[in-house]
Every structure is written in C-alpha cells, then in structure tokens.
Design a binder for this molecule. Sequence first.
Ligand code: ZN
Ligand code: ZN
Length: 331
Amino acid sequence: RAVTPAPQSAHYRPRGGFRNPWVSQAVPGYGSLLKWMLVHRTTRPRPKDPDPSVFPRVRSSFVAQRASGNQLTVTWVGHASSLLQLGGMNVLVDPMWSARASPFRFAGPKRWVAPGIVFEDLPPIDVVLQSHNHYDHLDDATVRRLARKAPEATWVLPLGLRGFVRKRGVRGDVLELDWWEERTVGSLRIAATPAMHFSSRRVGDRGDTLWCGYSLRAESNRGVYFAGDTGFHPEFAAIGERYGPFDVALMPIGAYEPRWFMRYLHMNPEEAVEAFRAVNARLMVPIHWGTFKLTDEAMDEPPRRARDAWLAAGLPIDRYRQLVPGETLTL
Ligand code: ZN
Ligand code: ZN
C-alpha cells in the first residue's frame, strides 16, 4: 500500500483502515453501491434537473492580495471549494478547478458551473486544507497547479494523505492531522474535526486515509468551521464547545438521495441546519451543491430545502448566506 496510516489513531483498525466510530454499519459497501447504481436508479423515476444555465456565477470581490487581520471573507468557488481570507492569510479549502470530479478526463461527474474564481486570479495562497480524498474534493490536476502557483503554501490534510500531495509536487510544509488535533499555521490555529464519511479513490483503498472537517481560528478571534463531507453524527455540539463560537460555518447540504444509502455519507439539508445549530456559529454558508451531479436529488433542491428547514427552525434569514459561485461574503 502506498500510504502508511497512523496506527495510533483511535479510529484506525489494521484490518479495514479508518472507520467511523458512531454507527455499526458505518458505510454501505460495494453491494449497496451496485444496488443503487443498477437497481434503484433504473427502476425509480428521478426528479428532473433544471438546465445548468439557471446556476449563475458572479464576479468575486475578495480582497485582491490580502485582507486585514480582523477582516474575514468567504468566496464560494463551487461545490466544497472556497477561498477564506482570515487573520491576514489566504486559505483554500478543498480546491477543485477541473472539469470533472473523476479519475478520467472523458467520463464522470461534469461541472455545471465554471469555478467562481479564475485560477490565475487567485491571491497568494498561504494554506490549503483538504477534507478527504474523494475526486470532488481532492483533485489531481488542481494539486499540481497549486504546487506550482503557491510553492510556499502549507497543506493541512487528514492522516494518510501526505504522500498524495508530495507525489504531485507539493514542496512546502505538509501537516497530517487526526480528529481533534491542532496546529498553528502563521496567525491561524487549525484543528481537524470529526466527520462521518469514508475515503476511497479506487477499488481496494477504502479507509486507507482519514476524512475530517476543520476549525480555523485567527488571532483576531474570528473563527470559521468547514464541515467537510459528512453524515449527521453526534459530535457537532462537541466541536462547537471546543472550538466555537464561529463567525461562519460552511455546511454541506447536497448529495443526499437515496437516504438508505447516502445518510451515512452526507447530511440532507434538514440535518445540515440541525448540525449548524449544534456547532455554535453565527452564519451558515451552504456548500456541496449545484456544481457536480453526484446523487439522485434534483440539482436545485438542496438550497430550497435548506432555506425551508432554516425558516422552520425559527432562525433569522439574514444568518443564512447562500452564495453564488464567485460571490464573496465579507465580514
Ligand atoms: Zn466525499
Ligand atoms: Zn463530496
């Protein structure tokens, strides 16, 4: 095996690798995947998607070079990819600039909307955070491009992924974190937080590397929570207690149907709102929707349902900040 996962991790088993500690049936296996692909999808009508042209893209307004130490900007690139300007530093989370979330250039989920920031227009990047190794989050070509564009950047990864980025030319510091581990990078305190998900890029590598979310805290005390890819698990309140309160939480709201399969991997919009409430944040930016068609719900359903769940929970609508790819939230 190419990676050497840390056997000291509490959620690592020599047989089967990393696993979620909360549910016995953590992640459905290949049998369920085949059942979904070959039976469920072909025998059930699927909701119709809108035309991709309904998803607009706007000109970003992040601070061109560096925001000041107490400023915070969040620019949604699309899917989970976002640019954060926090503590005077520029941070990319799950950078993905390629046309397909796939091991192939000719097949696999295709982008519906061009990345919200043209790659060449990115400001100098200080930190890159990766939540896990799925193709829609960790992209071979984007890692290589960033390694050339930002050779000094520090990469923060869950356990087991260092080799992946090193092989693709990353020469700067690479920090591998287990859940609840923290490091200081420049003016930021970064912690890896638990998530209920799995890792895999090919047959036979499931669980070889870890998955996580992140808490980022600047010296100005501004804080951001990025949930990564996750199902609904019991630790959101613990994350909020340990690292909150956050100014902004980036919460995934898409890729949740059918529930019998996806609930172990991805929250639905109602669960995302519930997790947001547990995690102790002021604003929610919904991510992981409208960019790649991964699952069975319609592409425009997640934000509608998230908004409904938000209002049903009695939360003030000005704290729900749905962005368009390219749009910048400035605090
Ligand atoms: Zn994933
Ligand atoms: Zn994903």
